[in-house]
Design a protein around this ligand. Structure first.
Ligand code: UD1
Ligand code: MG
Length: 456
């Protein structure tokens, strides 16, 4: 196509049916605002300009989309989809082809759009779809040649028209001149007193402009989200698509219906994901990684062979070799786990490096620390990293053995090969290769009588 492609994304609607303070297009599918999905799909068509029609009184949308270079077109009052498109028209040159997308159709596919764009031969085309339940959609009335006579909104349709199951996806492609001509005399004499974009088809027929319906191969990708029921259905569909992609890439899923992907996932071969795993942000899983049931991972990189056991929550961390995490572990940002290391049950780790073959198997808090190789962290060990004002660092060198229930009051260094006796409170640096213990000596008080209840 030699004419420039201009894409208009309609995103100004209030979304009354969502019953939400958030503008509709900022509701998320797969962890990202619907409008972001639409902009990213639009970009794949390499348009000259993307115009986003928005409500200037709902400024959140601009900050959510700040990473994208788009032309913001304000629509002061939401007077309908036709009125919204009109606001963008002054910024579109006469030789342009115009593609109109809706901000509440997040799963649409650039391949399907490409077929509409490439079929553009003047006139006005609409992407239509056949749905089992057309409730809420505009019904498309075509003639025998496939020309669109009219699109009738549900509220304005007769019972016979309502029975039509070929509906308007909302996606329209037109030459700038033809679109302008058909927009100019839109009226708002309908049940909602709105300027409907869909009325351009009857106008086009009156003006002798060619109209065409292009049927989309799979209606499910063109469904819009007007309310929360539809939004949840899109979320499920999105997750099924993500599950299929993962399986195609060599991931075994215990149940493709029970996985949630809210971001981008890169995977090696033979990765196994058990049920109810949630993947958020940027995730990378090396060959043979296994994730147990109920785990939540956000922005994590796991090296080949890493095993995450049931109900662990991991964020902003990486493993650099095969290691074991969980069950019931919480691994927080800035954590690096080296090969053979273990973060066991009820262990919280933050901003810490755990060296090769080092183990914290039970009930610990390790924060702001550097832990060497072959270190054993006994159950109940706590790095006391916060003095109420500042965070301090703990260094534990190679081959240290820390007995259970030890508190390490940072800043502190535990020298190589040191042993720390159970129940020690470490307040000063610990010398290498020796046993350090701060435990109070055990004593027994003879003749002790436990006070009896209710007797003073
Ligand atoms: C619209 C279509 C309907 C189609 C359906 C597909 C019209 C009149 N109806 O109905 O034929 O089957 O989409 O999903 O076009 N918007 C604005 N400004 C406005 C009004 C809306 O920017 O003044 C935006 C909304 O934010 C939304 C999009 O336009 O992204 C569509 O509006 P919506 O109210 O969802 O229309 P539907 O009732 O779904
Ligand atoms: Mg809609």
């Amino acid at each position: 196509m030699h004419n420039p492609l201009h894409i208009i994304i309609l995103a100004a609607g209030a979304g009354t049916r969502m019953k939400s303070r958030l503008p509709k297009v900022l509701h998320t599918v797969g962890g990202r605002a619907m409008i972001i999905h639409v902009i990213e799909t639009a970009l794949q068509l390499h348009p000259a300009v993307i115009h986003v029609v928005h409500n200037p009184h709902a400024p959140e949308i601009k900050s959510v989309c700040s990473a994208f270079d788009v032309n913001w077109v304000p629509q002061e009052e939401q007077l309908g989809t036709g009125h919204a498109v009109m606001q963008a028209m002054p910024g579109i040159p006469a030789d342009a082809h115009v593609l109109v997308l809706y901000g509440d159709i997040p799963l649409l596919d650039a391949v399907v759009l490409g077929s509409l764009v490439n079929a553009q031969i003047g006139g006005i085309s609409v992407l239509t779809m056949a749905v089992p339940d057309p409730t809420g959609y505009g019904r498309v009335l075509t003639d025998r040649e496939g020309n669109v006579r009219r699109i009738v909104e549900e509220r304005d349709a007769s019972p016979e028209q309502r029975a039509i199951k070929v509906v308007n996806s909302g996606i329209i492609m037109a030459g700038q001149k033809e679109l302008w001509a058909c927009l100019e005399n839109l009226s708002n004499e309908n049940s909602q007193n709105e300027y409907y974009l869909t009325d351009i088809f009857s106008n086009a027929n009156e003006a002798g402009i060619r109209t065409r319906a292009v049927m989309a191969p799979d209606a499910r990708d063109l469904e819009g989200a007007n309310d929360r029921v539809q939004l949840a259905a899109l979320e499920r569909r999105h997750n099924m698509k993500m599950a299929t992609k993962l399986m195609e890439a060599g991931v075994q899923l215990a149940d493709p219906a029970r996985i949630d992907v809210r971001g981008r996932v890169e995977t090696g071969e033979d990765v196994y994901l058990d049920v109810n795993v949630v993947l958020e942000g940027e995730i990378s899983l090396g060959d043979g990684v296994q994730i147990g049931p109920g785990c939540v991972l956000k922005d994590c990189q796991l090296a080949a062979g890493t095993r995450v056991h049931a109900y662990s929550v991991l964020e902003g961390m990486c493993s650099l070799g095969a290691c074991d995490i969980g069950p019931f572990a919480r691994v927080r940002p800035g954590t690096r786990l080296l090969a053979g290391s273990k973060v066991g049950n009820f262990v919280e780790v933050k901003n810490t490096t755990l060296g090769k073959n080092s183990k914290a198997s039970h009930l610990s808090y390790l924060g702001d620390s550097s832990i060497g190789d072959r270190v054993n962290i006994g159950a109940g060990t706590i790095t006391c990293n916060y003095d109420g004002r500042e965070k301090h660092h703990t260094t534990i060198e190679d081959d240290v053995f820390i007995g259970s229930d030890t508190q390490l009051v940072a800043p502190v260094v535990v020298g190589e090969g040191a042993d720390i006796g159970a129940g020690t409170t470490v307040t000063r640096d610990v010398p290498a290769g020796q046993l350090t213990i701060s435990r109070v000596k055990q004593r027994t008080i003879p003749g002790w009588k436990r006070p009896k209840k209710g007797k003073g």
